[in-house]
Design a binder for this molecule. Structure first.
Ligand code: PA5
Length: 465
């Protein structure tokens, strides 16, 4: 299983000012944590609780549908293009980048075993879009439009550009190159798909965007790319079983949730750094940032008190950011908790050849790059201890579908528990909706005239293009 080590948040390691008497805290919060976990599990099937993401590992029907479709289109497409924002793309990207060979899109078709290249278009920068459109052969591209609400302006605009070009290039057949992933009942994309006859996959009710990676949002691209989704779901199920344990001493998601919560409210560590020592896990850090930020950054608690909760999540990559951010983490404001995300066994072992005799570098010869990578992580951790900065380490045995299922699900449960500790709704995002509505207003969407007036008067003296 994935492991959590929290030694370096303890008082005896980093001192009383920054550290926690964690065993005492586990005792203090034992009952609260027990109740939170019990409530999560007993409420997960109740409509409106927004907890159905907890069932996704068991959704055999979706697994069957996505596998059936993947088999149907096998060998047909050279490119898979995902249009989606935030939760509709970050999880998919995190898992694909972790599990496909690095630089996948540069491999030949044979090296990819005929599976398509993968592109996540999660921005609308016109230059970026144009460059991508210039390199994609649309006849050989499967476009998956992913939007739970079915109306997010960025995704729908991307889709309109793509659809228009595909229709012109492919004629009537263009429909076979488009699939939609959206809500079953609401949204314009659902209406459009019915009208146009696109193959459509559904995101279940009560599964919010950032918790949707194990719905068709992620599982479909994974299946299309030959990733073993059965292994992923086995990982989720095994982690789910472990995290059903209501005893904080045996539940790593609850432990990390409580540690982060207390570090924030008691020790002023209002920044949570996610630092994978794995290039393949770099987008897990992005996914975590969204999950942590959007779920926990809330103005009001459940009793309507103004609380302005949430730690600011930051992505840092080992070793890259040792040479960029660690100076700040060690000597700057003591406002961070670092999450080291480490891998026990890399797929590859690379020897460093013994080719130079200069004493300043000869010590490297005969070692492996893996040893150096691990030593870099160990020494960064040790230097944080010197400066009395808290860190936890999450260890993934190996980067496989099974452990990716475990890892992401663990973070989801950790987030839900942390939300409960803050007593906030971790599953809404009114702050995102607000700016989405202003965009609709600025772009002239019918029904948003009042907002248009409001936003224009707010922005009067600001820079507008
Ligand atoms: O997590 C969330 O709810 C958001 O990040 C959404 O996923 C994002 O805003 C995209 O929304 P939609 O899937 O409705 O297009």
């Amino acid at each position: 299983m994935i492991e959590l080590n929290y030694r370096n948040i303890k008082e005896e390691i980093i001192g009383c000012e920054n550290g926690l008497d964690i065993e005492r805290e586990f005792d203090n919060y034992k009952d609260a944590i027990h109740k939170i976990i019990a409530d999560l599990n007993s409420n997960k099937d109740k409509p409106g609780q927004k907890l159905r993401w907890m069932n996704l590992g068991y959704n055999e029907e979706t697994i069957w549908y996505v596998k059936e479709y993947a088999a149907l289109v096998e060998n047909r497409f050279e490119n898979l293009l995902i249009l989606g924002m935030g939760g509709s793309s970050l999880g998919g990207k995190a898992v694909c980048e972790a599990l496909l060979p690095t630089y996948w899109n540069f491999l030949t078709k044979e090296q990819r075993n005929n599976y398509p290249r993968i592109f996540f278009l999660d921005n609308i920068d016109p230059d970026q879009m144009n460059s991508l459109l210039n390199i994609l052969d649309l006849k050989k591209t499967l476009v998956n439009v992913v939007t739970k609400s079915g109306s997010t302006a960025e995704v729908m605009a991307q889709f309109m550009i793509l659809k228009d070009r595909m229709e012109k290039e492919l004629g009537e057949d263009y429909r076979k190159n488009i699939i939609a992933t959206t809500d079953k009942n609401i949204g314009i994309l659902k209406q459009l798909s019915d009208q146009e006859g696109y193959k459509t996959f559904y995101i279940p009710d009560d599964v919010g965007g950032r918790f949707s990676v194990f719905s068709a949002v992620g599982l479909l691209p994974f299946a299309l790319l030959g990733i073993d989704i059965q292994e992923i779901t086995q990982g989720i199920k095994d982690m789910d079983l472990a995290l059903k344990n209501t005893d904080i001493h045996c539940n790593i998601a609850a432990q990390n949730a409580l540690i982060h919560f207390l570090m924030d409210v008691k020790k002023g560590k209002n920044i949570s750094v996610m630092m994978p020592y794995s290039y393949r896990l770099r987008y897990v850090a992005d996914w975590y940032c969204q999950l942590w930020a959007e779920s926990l950054g809330k103005e009001k608690d459940k009793n309507n008190n103004i609380v302005n909760t949430g730690q600011t999540p930051v992505k840092a990559i080992g070793v890259t950011d040792q040479h960029s951010q660690i100076q700040l983490y060690n000597e700057g404001p003591s406002d961070k908790i670092i999450n080291f995300l480490r891998v026990k066994e890399y797929d590859t072992t690379l020897d460093i050849p013994n080719i130079f005799e200069y004493t300043g570098i000869s010590y490297l010869g005969g070692k492996t790059i893996n040893q150096l990578f691990n030593a870099e992580a160990d020494s960064t951790m040790a230097s944080l201890i010197d400066y009395k900065r808290p860190s936890v380490t999450i260890t993934v045995p190996k980067i496989t579908p099974y452990y990716m299922g475990q890892l992401l699900y663990m973070f989801e449960i950790q987030t839900a528990i942390t939300g409960a500790l803050y007593n906030i709704d971790a599953f809404d995002q009114p702050g995102v909706e607000q700016s989405k509505n202003y965009t609709y207003a600025l772009m002239g969407r019918v029904g948003y005239e009042d907002s248009a007036h409001e936003v224009n008067s707010k922005l009067q003296d600001s820079v507008k293009m």
